[in-house]
Ligand binder design. Structure first.
Ligand code: B12
Length: 142
């Protein structure tokens, strides 16, 4: 069965000015056949909420490497869920400053409504998640 390609919105977190991870991720997602809207770095929560309402993506990928990803991600996902957005939201990169994943912070993100937390920046795990999501969408559309 041909897998469905997803409309994906990609954004850097509110305080994060790093851009090459976003370029990398856009190419990574497009190479897998998905359509990507890239909002770039330092995306404030209100803008993220507005863009999700306007574009209606099937997945939001948040990326952060500056060490404030847990805090920024929490703000973003809470704002989205408060605004009634139910789309899948994932976050990844170098989310904290300890150089390793923080299980408590990760749990907070999941509790707030994140569907996956790739806190080691694991793009292979993101790829596997995309395949699962695309397969679900394909079945739903059949
Ligand atoms: C270039 C750079 C900058 C440039 C960015 C320029 C630009 N326009 O992008 C400048 C000078 C502006 C900068 C600023 C800062 N930086 Co800087 N920066 C870097 C550097 C050297 C390279 C980053 C890069 O471009 N990598 C290339 C991309 C392709 O790779 P990547 O970002 O690592 O992303 C990979 C993975 O993390 C993963 N990934 C990333 N996002 C996501 C998302 C998902 C969903 C998934 C699955 C995977 C994933 O996939 C990518 C490919 O493998 C790194 C150190 C390093 N060598 O990595 C530090 C680094 C990221 N910076 C760091 C810091 C601390 C800062 C500052 C806070 C410094 C300061 N005190 O001002 C500021 C933050 C500014 C801000 N507001 O965000 C730290 C972050 C530490 C942490 N997280 O614990 C790093 C790691 C350096 C270090 N070792 O301390 N930085």
């Amino acid at each position: 069965m041909r897998r469905r390609s997803l409309d994906i919105l990609l954004a850097g977190t509110a305080s994060d000015s790093h851009t090459w991870n976003l370029v990398y991720l856009q190419l990574f997602l497009e190479e897998r056949g998905h359509r990507v809207g890239n909002l770039g770095p330092c995306v404030p929560d209100p803008l993220l909420v507005r863009e999700c309402a306007a574009r209606r993506p099937q997945l939001l990928v948040l990326a952060s490497v500056n060490g404030h990803g847990y805090r920024d991600g929490l703000g973003a996902v809470r704002a989205l869920r408060r605004a009634g957005h139910t789309l899948p939201v994932v976050i990844g990169g170098k989310l904290g400053t300890a150089g390793e994943a923080d299980p408590a912070q990760r749990a907070l993100l999941l509790e707030a409504g994140c569907d996956r937390v790739f806190d080691d920046g694991d793009t292979h795990a993101l790829g596997a998640y995309l395949d699962t999501l695309a397969a679900v969408e394909t079945r739903a559309a059949a």
